[in-house]
Ligand binder design. Structure first.
Ligand SMILES: CC(C)(COP(=O)(O)OP(=O)(O)OC[C@H]1O[C@@H](n2cnc3c(N)ncnc32)[C@H](O)[C@@H]1OP(=O)(O)O)[C@@H](O)C(=O)NCCC(=O)NCCS
Length: 201
């Protein structure tokens, strides 16, 4: 694990910088994150992606992807925070500098994904986790952040809008989410949202 990850972990464990129930992901979290990712994806995109494709998503393939990300690939400046409730991992957020070609990655952060266990959505867990990620990005000197959300994911869009994120006009067609599952039915229209951090953290 590289320096970037270590410094976030240290903050997490020593100073409660990211809260008592929120911590940096560790190597042993990969299976839980992979399982949650698939469950949340299946719940969020039911009706948008054919059910047989959703049911066939392979959790084991995602364990190594998340293990690599926790270890710092492909970019040590990316981070994963998780939320635990009663020692069970119930949410994660994956963020870092913007990968978008039209953004300045020294200034603009990016939320790659945020997922809350469908069994515990609507209880403020996502709000809390996103706030910690924004705080973490602001503390590294970033001034704003973006994310891409599926156009027809009204619950997620409402979630971001309630927290001050706004559409910035960019849109694109992209391959939806879970790596290693090619297929035209996974191509969706996405819109970009943006949050100016504005206040000092
Ligand atoms: C979108 C998502 C991350 C939001 O997480 P969440 O934990 O459900 O969000 P919150 O509970 O913080 O807020 C959501 C709703 O709960 C309400 N809420 C917030 N705190 C609450 C609390 N303490 N008690 C009850 N309700 C609460 C909010 O008012 C909000 O309602 P609204 O959206 O109708 O305005 C989550 O639903 C999810 O993982 N969805 C599937 C994956 C997805 O779409 N991810 C985003 C794209 S990658």
């Amino acid at each position: 694990m590289g320096t970037g990850h270590r410094s976030l972990s240290d903050n997490t464990h020593s100073g409660n910088a990211v809260g008592s129930d929120v911590r940096a992901a560790r190597e042993f979290d990969a299976p839980s994150i992979a399982g949650l990712h698939v469950r949340s994806f299946q719940s969020a995109y039911s009706g948008l992606i054919p059910e047989n494709r959703l049911r066939s998503l392979d959790v084991s393939a995602r364990r190594s992807i998340w293990a690599d990300r926790i270890a710092g690939a492909p970019d040590l400046a990316r981070h994963i925070l998780v939320t635990e409730v009663a020692e069970r991992l119930v949410a994660f957020i994956y963020y870092g500098p913007s990968p978008d070609a039209d953004e300045d990655s020294a200034e603009v952060g990016h939320v790659f994904s945020v997922h809350v266990d469908p069994a515990v959505t609507g209880r403020g867990i996502g709000t809390n986790l996103l706030a910690h990620a924004v705080k973490s990005m602001a503390q590294t000197g970033l001034t704003e952040a973006t994310l891409w959300v599926v156009d027809v994911n009204p619950a997620a869009r409402r979630f971001y809008e309630r927290l001050g994120w706004r559409r910035d006009g960019a849109r694109r067609r992209e391959h939806l989410g879970l790596e290693g599952e090619p297929g035209p039915e996974f191509d969706v229209e996405t819109v970009r949202y943006r949050l100016h951090f504005g206040v000092p953290w």
